[in-house]
Design a protein around this ligand. Structure first.
Ligand code: SF4
Length: 440
């Protein structure tokens, strides 16, 4: 019989991407199935689990500062402190040694064992960072969804690409794929629980292969679209080098697949892309964007950019700025390069000075802000279908939601539209969002 945690309260703090948000839904779900109840915060928890991101040095630093706060809080009352996710996987026992307040360190492939590990951690610190070769199914019954209308559905995990800067192949292991039948069962379960949008997740979702049939992402998208009740489908993250024409054809043919893609480019310089080991050059990326836009004319693109990768010259950086102008992204996540442990780039010099990285990042963000402002302005006056997500963080009694193109809309409405589709007439725009009024 698995360990029981009846009467205990658990709080999970999440850093990082949608995969981590979904993992936290699993952690809470697995612990709830063992009898634990959610806590409102660390102050009233018996167990605090920090689900971590290792992708940038800054995100790791945030973890250590948060652990310091937890350790101070624990001087007032006892509770267990656990670290899960990518930093846990990569740092393992070193993390427990560096922060003695940590009682358990658990990698992403071990969440099903959490109740038993927590039971043992009450006696002595536990580090569990094994990786299995096969998919470990955490079904919908052990998933505590935060946003039931918009369900995260993992379809693969890990990465085989070994981009020179990226820690993911070490923190998440090699690629493994969730069987199609399990994906579809979770999609049906999500719909039964009120889901209208599904977000298929994986670090490299384009390389999906059903372990039984070999069916790829295009077939998976068609199968998900055939589930009654699914209205919008997104998939993230796409790797440009694995974006086959079969996926583009399905996107063009299936109106349920949202015309929005996160298509990380990282740099606009072919020289830097080669050193990053990305597997495509500037021309191939732009050709892919061209094929996508011909097939899906209203497609909106988002991307990731790293500035200051080792060896990046002013000319390389200008090529990246030129690419932003040429593509016209609806959003860009941009970062200064920081070396991550175990990666190929970390073995060489981090030779772009910090002040140069800072200057380039500010210049790039300012450029993108102006490009984005112009793009969003083109939506003013239009009526858009929006999936409501709740009160707007901007306040003013307004609500927030997203369009199929993944644009944020803040709007006035007569009633809370959370989890429902509404039509919004766009009255204005800023660099990061649209605003308007519900008309239906
Ligand atoms: S494709 Fe590259 S950047 Fe993306 S997860 Fe894999 S190694 Fe990291």
């Amino acid at each position: 019989m698995s360990a029981r945690l009846d009467g205990l309260k658990v709080f999970v703090r999440t850093f990082g991407c949608q995969m981590n948000e979904n993992d936290s839904e699993h952690i809470v779900g697995v612990l709830a199935a063992a009898g634990a109840a959610p806590a409102g915060g660390p102050e009233d928890a018996d167990i605090v689990i920090v689900n971590t991101c290792a992708v940038r040095q800054k995100s790791e630093e945030k973890l250590y500062s948060y652990l310091g706060r937890l350790a101070r809080l624990r001087r007032k009352r006892p509770f267990l402190i656990g670290v899960a996710g990518c930093v846990a996987q990569v740092r393992g026992a070193d993390l427990a040694a560096r922060v003695p307040a940590v009682d358990l360190v658990i990698g992403p492939d071990n969440y099903l064992d959490l109740p038993e590990i927590i039971g043992r951690a009450a006696e002595a610190p536990v580090v569990r960072t094994d990786f299995g070769r096969d998919w470990r199914e955490i079904g919908p019954e052990a998933t505590a969804r935060v946003t039931p209308a918009s369900a995260f559905i993992p379809v693969m995990e890990g990465c085989d690409n070994f981009c020179a800067y990226c820690i993911v192949p070490y923190s998440r292991g090699r690629e493994k794929f969730r069987p199609l039948g399990n994906v579809l069962a979770e999609v049906r379960s999500a719909v039964a629980a009120g889901g209208v949008e599904v977000q298929l997740l994986g670090q490299n979702v384009n390389s999906y292969r059903d372990p039984g049939s070999g069916l790829g992402l295009a077939g998976l998208l068609e199968a998900v679209a055939a589930v009654p009740g699914v209205e919008w489908i997104r998939f993230i993250t796409s790797h440009p080098k694995n974006f086959g024409d079969d996926i583009i054809r399905v996107m063009a043919a299936c109106p349920k697949i949202c015309p929005a893609l996160h298509l990380p480019v990282q740099s606009g310089s072919s020289r830097v892309l080669a050193r990053m080991n990305r597997g495509y050059d500037r021309e191939a990326y732009l050709a892919l964007v061209g094929r996508l836009r011909r097939a899906v004319p209203d497609l909106l693109l988002m991307t990731d950019i790293i500035v200051g990768f080792p060896g990046e010259t002013e000319e390389d950086f200008e090529a990246t700025c030129g690419l932003l102008r040429e593509v016209g992204y609806a959003g860009v996540f941009s970062f200064r390069y920081s070396p991550r442990p175990l990666t190929a780039a970390a073995a060489g010099p981090d030779d772009v000075p910090l002040e140069v990285k800072r200057r380039r990042l500010i210049a790039l963000q300012s450029l993108q802000r102006s490009l984005q402002t112009g793009l969003l302005r083109s939506f003013v006056g239009r009526e858009l279908r929006v999936l409501g997500s709740g009160p707007s963080p901007r306040g003013g009694g307004r609500f927030a939601g997203r369009t199929a193109g993944n644009l944020v809309v803040n709007f006035e409405a007569p009633a809370d539209p959370s989890g429902r589709f509404v039509t919004v007439r766009v009255g204005g725009s800023g660099p990061y969002s649209l605003h308007g009024r519900a008309v239906g």
